[in-house]
Design a binder for this molecule. Structure first.
Ligand code: GDP
Length: 353
């Protein structure tokens, strides 16, 4: 095992401290850019830490760096992977990632974990996750930062994609736990959205969160081995039947259901074949490009909302009035809508502060 590489890839408190220490050394956006273009993953990690930083100076440096990187992005395949805890996401990503590397690809794994603010970095906090992939020099693994809003985390992930692509990663796997709104956010930044599922008993759709099936381009039933194989095959049939009743997708792709056993490295090649088939179709019919263009437009709107909200709640006039207004709302002396109008007026006049 290449220990140095392992340390570079695994998020740990000490690694973060080490990065922060290194941050004190002045490195220009150009230096970062040059190292990232060389595929230096230590610098890639440091650059993502910059993107995640709340310090103004770091943010400005990150903006400059992203600007440098933009012309070198867009060349990867972005795959979202979701599913409930325990379904086998990390086991799957470990084997899938290693398979892609065996095909000559460079694989980056970014994780969005909505529970990380409560349970610091739970998604990748466990060092044993993806151990083999983490030690591979053609892989880069990064958990989402803890303690941020989901919108903020998603924004950082979007910027991390730009950095990973500039560093030459051809496949970016974006993992999320199937809770909260995180799937919708991941869906808004990927080309292919994969749902990992476990065969249940009875109504298959009942076990899946509403809306997810509509977003999924592929469903993979994991742990389809031994005694579970039969149930998995039944679940596959049932899901395929259910998918028939969904309206056809704009991109003309018919979502597929596959079986796999991540732990036994079975069905992995077929998942990549499904994704390749999807890519050929959507690249030929132009949907691939148009979806990315739409995603960028949506991200512009999302970024404006995020920045405005942040600025609004940081405004002194808003801060000094909001508590009193909340009390008045509580005592039915003021409507929430009226309060919102008044606060926005105060915010609009904030230049006079
Ligand atoms: P995650 O929470 O979705 O990331 O799930 P993990 O990858 O951590 O897997 C949860 C548990 O399921 C672990 O104990 C894995 O060893 C096990 N597991 C994952 N894939 C398979 C599989 O294909 N078959 C079986 N039997 N167990 C699996």
């Amino acid at each position: 095992m290449n220990r140095a590489h392992f340390l570079k890839n695994i998020e740990s408190v000490w690694y973060n401290r080490f990065l922060r220490g290194m941050m004190h050394k002045k490195v220009s956006a150009e230096d970062f850019f040059n190292e990232i273009r060389k595929g230096n993953i230590s610098y890639l990690g440091r650059a993502i830490t910059l993107v995640e930083s709340t310090k103004k100076a770091d943010q400005l440096l990150a903006l400059k760096l992203i600007q440098h990187c933009l012309p070198f992005t867009g060349n990867s395949i972005r795959i979202g992977i979701t599913g409930p805890p325990g379904v086998g996401k990390s086991t799957f990503i470990e084997v899938f990632g290693n398979y892609l590397i065996s095909l000559g690809k460079k694989v980056a794994v970014l994780a969005i974990d909505p529970s990380s603010s409560v349970n610091r970095g739970s998604i990748l906090g466990d060092k044993t996750r993806m151990e083999k992939l983490a030690t591979n020099r053609n892989a880069f693994i990064r958990p989402s930062p803890a303690g941020n809003t989901l919108g903020g985390v998603a924004q950082m992930t979007k910027e991390s994609i730009v950095l990973c692509e500039a560093a030459g990663f051809d496949v970016i796997l974006i993992e999320t736990v199937g809770v909260g709104q995180s799937e919708t956010l991941v869906f808004s930044m990927v080309d292919f959205f994969l749902l990992l599922h476990l065969a249940g008993s009875g109504d298959e759709l009942q076990g899946i969160k509403r809306g997810i099936v509509e977003m999924a381009d592929g469903i993979v039933i994991n742990k389809a081995e031994g005694n579970h194989k039969q149930a998995a095959m039944l679940a596959k049939k049932e899901l395929e039947n259910a998918l028939h009743f969904y309206p056809p997708k704009e991109n003309h792709w018919k979502p597929k259901v596959n079986l796999c056993s991540a732990i036994h490295d079975q069905g992995i090649v077929e998942v990549w074949e499904m994704i390749t088939e999807f890519l050929v179709l959507t690249q030929q019919n132009g949907y691939f490009e148009s979806k990315r263009a739409k995603q960028n437009k949506d991200w512009l709107k999302k970024s404006i909302t995020e920045l405005l909200l942040h600025d609004f709640f940081a405004c002194n006039k808003v801060k000094s009035n909001i508590k009193t207004m909340e009390k008045r709302i509580e005592h039915q002396q003021l409507s929430p809508f009226d309060a919102a109008i008044q606060l926005i007026e105060l915010y609009k006049n904030k230049k006079e502060e």
